[in-house]
Design a protein around this ligand. Structure first.
Ligand code: ZN
Length: 348
């Protein structure tokens, strides 16, 4: 909480604190934390555009609360299915599970199939979209990939990559469609196929304009363009590898700053400043990239460099925690009204 310490120092300069002394300061500490974010955001008010950013609360009274155990059940289901690379019957089974879950919450779900030419031949891929209608026709996308990386000689079940982000996104579908309140913007929950490269390395087999990765998100953007729908998409929030029990999320250096600031600030206000930390996270490419290239503001919530089980047989369910998924779920739910508020006052 570096920012909060700055406030304390400022206060120290003025007479009040000089009289109080150190011990009293510690007692008052939580008051500063409670008082500051509401009245004056510690980072100089970069967060909200209007003077009064939307109040932060993980749960609106009477609303559905994000349930980490439910998200965990979705992770377990995927892991039980086994390795789920693009074009596999296991991924088709996972897709059926995701679609049925989302439909059971009353969401309108559509799938889009396309053929991708990959280093291991042509692969049938399918993107999934679930819609929560909003007051506006403009769209905010919440997303995750749902394929696991293809390995010939490794039993890779991808509990955190992408089991946890898929489980969190399904549970967000239940929460955001269940709170009986129409969101300001239409929400699309999108599950991308083909995020992972078929060759070992992300850039190993790519050609100019045809990388061996992000097949689903690239197809999604080109479909939006061909249907003149891209303008509707005002922002994208991507979840990837955010379920590790020892969760620490740095700031992806590619992501759109205002969007990232809102989420990190909201996390701090919810007491998750030690999870959403202010150190840079170099990701070097993920499903938000095709959207950024197309001019859509996008943020990637990902723990990559400090997840040592990445793309190993040890990326198993014991590494994933319901609590980590609930932390991210709560922060996303609480951040959305602020994102919508910012977009409402922001020209395209
Ligand atoms: Zn991966």
């Amino acid at each position: 909480m570096p920012k909060a310490i700055d406030n304390l120092n400022n206060l120290k300069k003025n007479s009040v604190t000089r009289r109080l002394g150190h011990t009293t300061l510690c007692l008052l500490w939580p008051l500063f934390l409670i008082a500051c974010p509401r009245s004056a955001p510690p980072d100089g008010g970069n967060v909200g555009v209007s003077t009064q950013p939307a109040k932060v609360s993980p749960v609106v009274p009477g609303a559905v609360a994000f349930n980490g155990e439910r998200a965990m059940a979705h992770v377990r289901k995927q892991v039980d299915i086994g390795p789920r690379p693009p074009g596999s019957p296991e991924l088709a089974k996972t897709r059926e599970y995701i679609v049925n879950e989302l439909k059971s919450y009353g969401l309108t779900v559509s799938t889009f199939e396309f053929a991708a030419s990959t280093p291991v031949g042509e692969k049938k891929m399918v993107n999934i979209t679930a819609e929560i209608p909003g007051e506006s026709n403009d769209v905010v996308i919440l997303s995750s990939h749902y394929d696991t990386k293809f390995y010939k000689d490794m039993h890779f079940v991808g509990a955190n990559d992408p089991g946890a982000s898929v489980g969190t996104l399904i549970e967000l579908g239940r929460v955001l469609s269940g709170n009986g309140q129409k969101p300001k913007f239409t929400l699309w929950l999108v599950f991308f196929d083909g995020e992972e490269s078929f060759c070992e390395g992300w850039d190993e087999c790519g050609k100019p304009g045809a990388p061996d990765n992000t097949y689903g998100s690239r197809n999604y953007v080109s479909e939006l363009k061909s249907k003149n729908q891209l303008d509707r998409v005002r922002a994208l929030i991507l979840l990837d590898m955010m379920g590790y029990s020892n969760l620490e999320l740095g700031r992806d250096t590619m992501s759109t700053k205002w969007l990232q600031d809102i989420i990190w600030q909201t996390a701090r206000e919810l007491g998750h400043g030690s999870v959403f930390v202010d150190r840079p996270e170099g990701v070097g490419g993920d499903d938000h990239e095709p959207f950024l290239r197309a001019g859509v503001d996008a943020v990637d919530i990902i723990q990559l460099n400090s997840y040592r089980y990445w793309h190993t047989p040890e990326d198993t369910i014991d590494k994933v925690s319901a609590r980590s998924m609930k932390t991210v779920g709560d922060v996303v739910v609480a951040s959305l009204p602020r994102v919508e508020q910012r977009l409402s006052s922001k020209s395209r």
